[in-house]
Ligand binder design. Structure first.
Ligand SMILES: C[S@@+](CC[C@H](N)C(=O)[O-])C[C@H]1O[C@@H](n2cnc3c(N)ncnc32)[C@H](O)[C@@H]1O
Length: 287
């Protein structure tokens, strides 16, 4: 199986493929456990796995449907592929889309829930996951030529890299609980807004608040104090720069490609914050 070509199985707002190189440069060549508590589509995790840069990984996110899909890919990928091959049900047309979008998911079992999640992601507007106040998915239908709803080969390759990986649904603090010496983490929260209209944090009901950002900065500091290598990304808002002022901050210019209108596609500045020591630095500091 060619692990080199595994790639994210969904589009995700804030996906990190465009700044992957910069992030990978800041992460250690190898660590014991790699923690990614804001997983999304997992572009950094997938790259770290393909490059064999960790022994084991603990990955998670607060979004229930997303984590259910990761878990099903890990343990039931063939049943998921069979489910998605039901082309009479998972059809690319507006009326099928609206039917599937309006399903009551409360009593749905894991595999149909994962298939529904992937189907909606591949057929909705811009792959945008957006929920209303009741937590119901409400992104409009997307216009594509002939979207691939089931990329079986990729789902199998992603499943393959998930062997020996722990997947957790929950808040970042809970996911990071066990981090210790020799581990490392990349944290990619919903960004602080650069302006009032630029806010996108509808991945989970309730969003990600300023208090959550303060709490994350506190968790980041306490991990860094233990000399564990930790990297975070955020917008270049004054608030984020102030929150992480004690640490190394690298400014990046990049172009976002998800989230709606023309304005959201223009270049935005984001930052990468790094702290703690890589495993390699720690070893050389003992010599
Ligand atoms: C910017 S996205 C991550 C994108 C990801 N790095 C990628 O490459 O696709 C932020 C993620 O944080 C998750 N999230 C929001 N609040 C959270 C919380 N309190 N704890 C953990 N994850 C959370 C969202 O569901 C979303 O997937």
């Amino acid at each position: 199986m060619n692990k080199k070509s595994a790639r994210p199985f969904v589009k995700w707002a804030g996906g990190k493929r465009r700044i992957l190189r910069e992030i990978l440069e800041l992460l250690p060549y190898h660590c014991k456990s790699y923690y990614e508590p804001f997983l999304g589509a997992g572009s950094v995790f997938i790259e770290m796995a393909k490059l064999k840069r960790f022994d084991t990984a603990i990955i998670g996110d607060k979004n229930h449907d997303l984590i259910n899909a990761w878990k099903v890919i890990q343990s039931n990928v063939e049943l998921l592929i069979d489910e998605l091959h039901d082309v009479d049900h998972y059809k690319y047309d507006k009326s099928s889309y609206l039917d599937i979008r309006s399903q009551d998911t409360t009593k749905m079992s894991e595999i149909p829930l994962a298939a529904r999640f992937i189907y909606l992601n591949k057929t909705c507007f811009n792959g945008l996951y957006r929920v209303n106040l009741r937590g119901q998915f409400n992104t409009p239908f997307g216009r594509y030529k002939n979207p691939t709803i089931c990329d079986s080969d990729n789902l199998r390759m992603v499943s393959d890299i998930l062997k020996c990986v722990k997947i957790i649904e929950g808040d970042f603090e809970f996911i990071l609980k066990g981090i210790s010496d020799g581990d490392c983490s990349y944290m990619d929260p919903p960004y602080l807004p650069l302006s009032n209209s630029a806010n996108f944090d509808k991945y989970t009901p309730g969003g990600f608040t300023i208090e959550d950002h303060d709490r994350l900065a506190h968790v980041f500091s306490s991990i860094a104090e233990k000399s564990i290598r930790v990297i975070a990304s955020n917008s270049s808002s004054g608030y984020s720069i102030n929150l992480y002022r004690k640490f190394d901050i690298q400014m990046l210019k990049s172009s976002r490609n998800i989230g709606g209108g023309v304005d959201s596609r223009k270049s935005v500045r984001e930052i990468l914050i790094s702290a703690g020591m890589t495993h390699e630095q720690a070893i050389s500091s003992y010599c």
